[in-house]
Design a binder for this molecule. Structure first.
Ligand code: CTP
Length: 402
């Protein structure tokens, strides 16, 4: 998703994680957002206003009683021009002041005066995070409608380990994108599987297929662009991972199955992955050596069918389950039979005969099979097919679920 035309009021609190807010500014601006930076006095101990303003391309706001600026832009106005206020890092002190409704400096005054949504990225020592006072403040703030990203577990600058590390800039950007998302799929959680799977033979060899992951990736992007909260479970695909979605990387069909089960419940499941139907029954733990005159014999075992399992779940079944069928002949007949056999709602069928150039190519020509029958879509770039499918999903779900 692009953040073009969006304005973020970024309040930088005084913690060691303030250095990450420099990267956050870059990442937000890369996506087209403008950033109005505000620094607390304590923040200036960790990063300089000069670095912040250089990266933001705007002056840093630091003082509550700056009369010149008050004439140009008052603090009330400053608090309201943004689409979103982001506090990163949100220190224990800043969270306490916010929860108590204090307006003792520019940052806290803006937070009191704003009528735009606020997101905080807490960062502090693990004990401070776990302290009942911080946890109390956190529930007050979430109760006030403030959204929270992180903190993550990890090694901390103070040498301890645990929750308290500020979320990474890209995680904050993804949360900002979600908060500012608009479109018919806002509030919907959608799972997309994508790419091939690799089924190990031994530690250096595997069985794979020609899926590039391009169509699944384009679908994840198109759903995200309509505001969906997308979780993307991908095998080792060639194409770059989509941004602004939750990505779970897997290798084998069994790992994909486990990852998918761990993501449920979702509103919609789109199963675009080219999952291997079989795996090598007992993959060797060490490299299989060549032996004169003796060829290795691989015994296969069937992989779990992820699409069929999810389609046939009783409770917890997604409201809409979309499968794919890659066929080389009798496409409609095979795909229609597959839809009935697996019991998914829709099948997106395509002809992957080598002469079509579809597998690994940039275009797709699909037939949507649903209860209403078979609908032939014109051959088009995979992005366009994805946008059309995403729009269909939005229609099927109807309205904003936020
Ligand atoms: N699929 C899945 N898990 C599997 C195999 C397939 O989720 N273990 C999903 C794919 O993501 C796709 C659909 O099922 O959405 C169709 O896969 P396909 O392999 O074509 O189906 P099969 O039942 O194996 O049919 P056939 O091999 O006869 O074409």
């Amino acid at each position: 998703m692009t953040l073009a035309g969006k304005r973020i009021l970024l309040i930088i609190g005084g913690g060691i994680a303030a250095y990450k807010s420099l990267d956050l500014i870059r990442r937000l601006r890369e996506r087209g957002a403008s950033v109005s930076p505000v620094m607390t006095r304590a923040a200036e101990q960790f990063v300089t206003p000069l670095s912040v303003s250089a990266l933001a391309g705007e002056e840093v706001h630091r003082d509550l009683f700056d009369l010149t600026k008050e004439a140009e832009m008052g603090h009330i106005q400053l608090s309201r021009v943004a689409d979103l206020v982001v506090v990163a890092p949100a220190t224990a002190d800043l969270m306490a002041k916010m929860a108590a409704g204090q307006a003792s400096d520019l940052a806290t005054t803006l937070l009191m005066a704003t009528d735009t949504p606020v997101m905080i990225a807490p960062a502090m020592n693990v004990r401070m995070w776990d302290h009942p006072a911080t946890q109390r403040n956190l529930s007050t703030l979430t109760g006030d409608g403030i959204s929270v990203v992180g903190p993550n577990d990890g090694d901390m600058a103070c040498g301890e380990y645990g929750p308290g590390r500020m979320a990474e800039p890209l995680e904050i950007v993804a949360a900002v994108e979600r908060a500012l998302a608009s479109g018919p799929l806002v509030g919907r959680r959608i799972l997309v599987t994508s790419g091939p799977t690799h089924e190990p033979i031994d530690p250096v060899r595997y069985i794979a297929n020609r899926s590039s992951g391009a169509q699944g990736t384009a679908i994840a992007q198109a759903l995200r662009d309509l505001g969906a909260d997308v979780v993307f479970v991908t095998g080792p695909a060639d194409v770059a991972r989509p941004e602004g979605v939750e990505v779970i990387e897997v290798e084998s069909a069994q790992q994909m199955y486990d990852a998918v089960m761990g993501c449920l419940p979702v509103d919609v499941g789109v199963f675009a992955a080219a999952v291997a139907d079989w795996r090598v029954k007992s993959a060797s733990g060490s490299k299989i050596k060549k032996q004169a005159g003796a060829l290795p014999v691989l015994e296969f075992a069937e992989n779990p069918d992820i699409l069929a399992t999810v389609s046939q779940m009783g409770e917890g079944r997604p409201g809409l389950v979309v499968g794919f069928a890659a066929e080389t002949d009798d496409v409609v007949a095979h795909a229609t039979a597959k839809r009935a056999r697996k019991r998914c709602d829709w099948i997106v069928a395509n002809d992957v005969s080598p002469d079509t150039g579809i597998m690994g190519g940039s275009e797709n020509s699909v037939i949507l099979i649903s209860a209403a029958g078979a609908e032939h879509w014109p051959r088009a770039p995979k992005q366009e097919v994805a946008r059309k499918l995403a729009a269909r999903i939005a229609d099927a779900l109807g309205g904003d679920a936020r």
